[in-house]
Write a protein that binds this ligand. Structure first.
Ligand code: SAH
Length: 353
């Protein structure tokens, strides 16, 4: 049993079962034993690889899309260039480098990073030398100003609750005990107001996930963007409406049991983009496949330009990376992009209203 599992067993013995969201939150963010608290999970040696770690083109094109959105909104002379869950800082470093020739952009930009993990903050410090970002544990402490935000594989790491439809309402999944070990359980059925709109497209036995934390963050981001200007690009796997149990535990690039190694495996769920779009009190773009978004931003031209400087294995790897980011059988359609932007502004380039 992991150290965190032992703590959880004690906790459940004294306070009763955990909701799924409590369980996920502790697994990822426990201040002592949480998955993100204790390690850098990214890359070949870690548990999973993300788009910015696959190719520099990803962060470059996102940086340019945000820079164009900034110009379209009148190029305000001070703004926040922010990232939620920046991982190793690779995306932000690529975005900053790619935008250095956009007139006035760097002078106006203040870089802000929302990150809870000290291990990853250290990696970001190293990668972003010369950029001098300001770190935040949450969105509440961001200073005022137009907000140009990127969140890649951030929302999939936020805790979700899971409910099973019953004849008369919903029974929420919980984590309890059996013979001294963690075991999935179900709370007694009851109505759940947050899921009233799902009564129309579900039947008894279906599982629905919802994330109060994700919705609260989308609301806070959307309100700021509407009131102070800016744009957000939210990139993740998921769909317009989620149905079914999508909770996954991944360790060393393979799937493991969700309850087996709390604190030592990454836990993610597919993002319900509809819930984010509806929580945000500003305009949202159409949900767009990552491959389409990157093609519209000119990834093929950028890939060809970079290819001219490469040869041998580096060239092979570059071609494979381009394919991995855009091809429908790889990340191209599984990953989607949602843009948030103010009323009366243009959507960020690469996306449509
Ligand atoms: N965006 C990066 C990393 C994705 S991993 C990339 O694409 O490579 C998820 C990131 O979100 C990590 O940096 C993790 O520490 C951070 N994170 C997860 N939950 C968070 C929370 N509740 N608040 C702030 N950061 C969080």
């Amino acid at each position: 049993m992991t150290a965190l599992a032992e703590r959880m067993v004690q906790q459940i013995m004294s306070n009763g079962p955990l909701t799924m969201a409590d369980y996920i939150g502790q697994c990822l963010m426990h201040p002592e034993f949480g998955y993100y608290t204790t390690r850098d999970p990214l890359g070949v040696a870690g548990d999973f690889t993300t788009a910015p770690e696959i190719s520099q083109m990803f962060g470059e094109l996102i940086g340019l899309s945000l820079a164009q959105a900034w110009m379209d909104q009148g190029a305000p002379d001070r703004f926040l260039l922010a990232e939620a869950g920046p991982g190793r800082g690779t995306l932000m470093a690529d975005a900053v480098r790619a935008t250095k020739n956009v007139p006035g952009f760097h002078d106006a930009a203040e870089v802000h990073l929302i990150e809870t993990s000290d291990v990853l903050r250290a990696a970001q410090t190293k990668r972003l030398e010369g950029v001098s970002p300001t770190w935040h544990a949450g969105f509440e402490t961001l200073p005022d100003g137009p907000l140009y935000l990127i969140a890649n594989e951030f929302f999939d790491a936020l805790p979700v609750r899971q409910a099973e439809r019953t004849e008369n309402g919903w029974a929420e999944r919980s984590v309890g005990l059996k013979a001294g070990a963690l075991k999935l359980g179900l709370s007694p059925e009851r109505p759940l107001m947050a899921l009233d709109h799902r009564l129309e497209d579900t039947k008894p036995g279906d599982v629905v996930e919802f994330s109060p934390v994700a919705q609260m963050l989308a609301e806070a981001i959307g309100r700021r963007i509407e009131q102070q200007g800016g744009a957000a690009l939210i990139v993740d796997y998921g769909d317009w409406r989620s149905l079914g149990d999508t909770l996954q535990a991944v360790k060393g690039h393979t799937t493991v049991d969700v309850l087996e190694t709390p604190g030592e495996a990454d836990l993610t769920t597919h993002v319900d983009f509809e819930a984010l779009a509806q929580a945000a009190p500003c305009q949202h773009t159409r949900l767009t496949p990552q491959g389409v978004f990157l093609e519209r931003l000119g990834i093929t031209a950028r890939a060809q330009a970079l290819a001219k400087t490469l040869g041998g294995d580096a060239l092979e790897a570059h071609i494979a990376a381009h394919r991995r980011l855009t091809h429908p059988s790889e990340m191209g359609t599984l990953f989607k992009v949602l843009g948030l932007y103010p009323q009366r502004a243009a959507p960020p380039p690469g996306l449509e209203p």
